[in-house]
Design a protein around this ligand. Sequence first.
Ligand code: CA
Length: 210
Amino acid sequence: MLTTFKNPLLTLGIALSSGLTSIAISAPAYSATFVDLNTFNSIGDVNSNKTVINSGSSNTVLTGGGGDSLENFLGINAVDFQNTISDNQYGSAITNTFNINTGDMFSFEWQFIQDNQYPDRAFVTIANNIQLLTGNSGTYSYTFTSPGIYNIGIGVVDVADSSGTSTLAVSNVKIVAVPWETDALPVLSSTMLFGIGVWAKRKYAKNSKS
Ligand SMILES: [Ca+2]
């Protein structure tokens, strides 16, 4: 009996790891965390549940850098912001900080109703990176390539003047985590292998004594 199962740990290990791998490939487990915009900080003209961001009202704040500016609130560089959206004047924004893993995807749906007189702009900031939302509506998504603590911001600015309201509505905000099998599973299976190994070793030792 003991001769037949000379290496029970190895046999169990191979069976277990191949079994888990095939399960993971056939059913990838994505984990989506819905983000409540109420948890965001806001500046300027933003509605109470932080889902609607406006330009063009007296509640917006100045751009151009400095302590009370939109750029300071978002933690972005004012020169970069001016280079991305030239002649921006005032604006409103929301921001929050997230602990991100590699491969996490941040996404939301948006609708932008633009002031007809001047082309106000809607944008997203990921750390220092500024990205425009172009068009009237869409789904924004960004996949992180390295882990860390990230500021994520969403905003609207007046371009050329301070009046004429443009409105950005944001919904279905979420962070989708990396699928199991590419990240967590190797850790899980090696942990389980270790557990089975300990169990088998004890059983083997017990059998040897009897
Ligand atoms: Ca405007």
